[in-house]
Design a protein around this ligand. Structure first.
Ligand code: AMP
Length: 114
């Protein structure tokens, strides 16, 4: 999508620190980290969120989740643990309307998730 920040990152129009990339997904460091390790994993094809029918390709969703786990291993988080989150809609406080998974770790995270 023309005006979507993450689509611009995927197209290389906005610089970012990439962690992993293949033909279907991209992982890059969050610009405003909320943990010592904070990576975003996004599908390259635009879809708004988990409710968007364009996101409901089972293989892509599985690959997105698998990539989050693989990036966690790449960054050594498998030894200590991590959290993955996907915010959706207003109450979920989703600020970028392009489906993404947050991967957070590098410290003991808050007990609360809300
Ligand atoms: P959410 O609030 O779940 O939609 O998360 C969007 C995330 O994107 C936030 O954690 C932002 O800090 C992050 N973000 C926004 N713009 C950029 C960017 N240009 N590069 C990396 N992360 C970004």
């Amino acid at each position: 999508m023309e005006d979507c920040i993450f689509c611009k990152i995927v197209r290389g129009e906005i610089p970012t620190k990439k962690v992993y990339e293949d033909e279907r997904v991209l992982a890059f460091y969050d610009v405003a980290p909320q943990a010592p390790v904070h990576v975003l994993i996004v599908p390259k094809a635009h879809s708004q969120d988990l409710l968007d029918s364009r996101a409901l390709d089972d293989a892509l969703l599985a690959h997105l989740l698998r990539t989050a786990a693989e990036v966690a291993v790449m960054l050594g988080l498998d030894k200590t643990g991590f959290r993955i989150v996907s915010n959706c809609g207003e109450d979920g406080r989703q600020s970028v309307k392009h489906l993404h998974i947050h991967l957070l770790g590098g410290q003991k995270l808050s007990e609360r998730m809300s």
